[in-house]
Design a protein around this ligand. Structure first.
Ligand SMILES: [Zn+2]
Length: 192
């Protein structure tokens, strides 16, 4: 199963809220953002993968004038797909190789290792990382990751969207907000 290295994630801002993936699926089907399920093989990131729906291109705004994107499923070459994790019960830090440099919110000193530490943290340790300079605990939610990382226990993954190549339309975010009763944001993650 081909895995996209370039991803756009949509995620709820309330990290504690339990969100039913079935509700997300229904909401995204209703606005025709997703089509048929591509694979329900639980070995694929423990997520359900979908082909993009009829209205995908109107719910994601591409910046270029004629985006060169493949929306038909391919065996082992790039194409756009959507994934929804099957179960959401564990808070995690999601980031890739494009994660932005960040500073300690208290002393403003650079924290070059923070993202790596958070990626390797258990859920219960995410809020226990200390600043390497002032030693105060850093709240990762207080950091502006500038759309390159986030903390959540639920999300929607769009495979094969390049960083800042496209942004989600208001209608897409509000469909997710209605399905979960909380605000959603987005981030770009590159895994290479
Ligand atoms: Zn500090």
């Amino acid at each position: 199963m081909w895995q996209a290295e370039y991803r756009l994630y949509l995620y709820p801002t309330d990290i504690k809220k339990e969100i039913d993936p079935k509700k997300l699926e229904l909401a995204l089907q209703e606005v025709e953002f997703i089509g048929d399920i591509l694979s329900n093989d639980s070995s694929v990131n423990n997520s359900n993968r979908y082909v993009v729906g009829e209205d995908f291109l109107s719910l994601i705004c591409f910046m270029g004038c004629s985006p060169n994107i493949e929306i038909e499923p391919q065996e082992d070459s790039p194409f756009c797909y959507v994934e929804i994790p099957k179960k959401t019960d564990k808070i995690g830090f999601i980031a890739g190789d494009n994660v932005k440099r960040v500073n300690c919110p208290c002393c403003k000193k650079p924290q070059p290792e923070l993202a790596k530490k958070l990626l390797n943290s258990k859920a219960e340790d995410l809020f226990l990382q200390a600043c390497t300079e002032c030693n105060r605990e850093i709240d990762p939610l207080a950091i502006n990751w500038r759309k390159s990382a986030f903390i959540a226990q639920a999300w929607v993954l769009l495979g094969n969207i390049y960083e800042s190549e496209a942004i989600p339309d208001e209608k897409l975010l509000s469909a997710l907000e209605q399905a979960s009763a909380c605000e959603w944001k987005y981030a770009y993650v590159r895994l290479k």
